[in-house]
Design a protein around this ligand. Structure first.
Ligand code: SF4
Length: 328
């Protein structure tokens, strides 16, 4: 029996946060001093992640994305990729990273069996990159992007950018050049109210439509039909040189056919990015629950999956957990 919620949606896409720690301090995610990290003993071990992912694949999960914090800061991370790759039934195993450690780990990740990689880069201008991430690391991130792009079996390679206040035409055109000249799939993702210092304001969100208008002043675009469950509206450059996408959770929510589930680094199941409730899987697992019992807990939680997020609706409250402890 597939994993279904009360709204008739089937769940098949799992995002696994393997750590809440990160080597960057992006302004839209966490304060300069970082966050109070989850104590190590509360973090799922590789064995526990493998066990839970295998159980969830048995319930119908087919796509697994590994996130953080920054997943590559977790020691021996490629070994986890190898463990998950060995699970029958996973059709797509992907990773979201800030790219800083990608150069060093690219070959091991590919050998372990990663299928796709998304690299988060919010500006291609060195100064602005530093301003946003509080790290002077653009060159190293770009070298990481080049490293993973040198493996043709890892495809597509996507570049995710969150347009923050001050993001302008020059920034947009730099990303267009990256898509057009290098063939990376660039995605502009709207700023969401999951920031560590709770300063999010909807009026500060640069919407996908606004970014698209900036692009179309220079490059005409042609929209592709939307794929089921897709978070992005994808466009081809009309002259055929590359594609670009817009993930608009604030201005154009895509919850109606959401098939996503999240597992946090400390073993909590989140049925929505903006869930105000979580379901604990770690403690039952550590207490000896078998897969049938864990499966019942998961099915019950998924049945109560939220219909949609309620950003900007009266009474909207962001979740207690911030993006760095949920993962993309
Ligand atoms: S906000 Fe929640 S329901 Fe909507 S697409 Fe994201 S995870 Fe799915």
């Amino acid at each position: 029996m597939p994993l279904e919620d009360a709204h008739g949606r089937l769940v098949s896409d799992l995002r696994v946060s393997v750590t809440d720690r990160c080597n960057f301090r992006c302004r839209y995610c966490m304060p300069a001093e970082g966050m109070p990290w989850i104590p190590r003993e509360e973090i799922l071990s590789f064995e526990e992640i493998e066990r839970l992912v295998r159980m969830l694949v048995g319930l119908g999960v087919r796509d697994v994305r590994l996130t953080g914090g920054e997943p590559l800061v977790r020691r021996e991370f490629p070994a986890l990729v190898g463990r998950l790759r060995a699970i029958d039934g996973i059709e797509d195993l992907s990773l979201t990273t800030n790219g800083y450690l990608l150069g060093a780990q690219a070959a091991d990740l590919v050998a372990a069996g990663i299928d796709r990689v998304n690299v988060s880069i919010d500006s291609l201008a060195r100064g602005r990159f530093f301003e946003i991430t509080r790290r002077d690391a653009l060159d190293r991130v770009m070298a990481g992007l080049d490293a993973i792009a040198s493996f043709p079996q890892v495809s597509p390679v996507k570049v995710n950018a969150v347009p923050m206040p001050g993001f302008g035409r020059d920034d947009v055109l730099r990303f267009c050049a990256l898509a057009r000249e290098r063939g990376f799939q660039v995605r502009f993702i709207e700023f969401m109210p999951l920031d560590g210092d709770r300063s999010w304001r909807s009026e500060e969100v640069l919407t996908g439509a606004e970014v698209r208008t900036m692009i179309e002043e220079v490059h005409p675009l042609a929209e592709r039909p939307r794929e089921p469950h897709s978070t992005a509206r994808v466009f081809d450059f009309a002259d055929g040189r590359g594609e670009i996408g817009f993930v608009n959770p604030v201005s154009e929510p895509f919850c109606a056919d959401c098939n996503r589930l999240r597992l946090t680094a400390d073993g909590k199941l989140r049925t929505c990015l903006f869930s105000l409730h979580e379901t604990d899987l770690r403690d039952p697992l550590r207490a000896g629950a078998d897969d049938a019992e864990l499966g019942r807990i998961v099915r019950d939680a998924v049945w109560r999956k939220e219909l949609k997020h309620r950003i900007d609706e009266p009474g909207f409250r962001p979740p207690a957990r911030t993006m760095s402890a949920i993962g993309g």
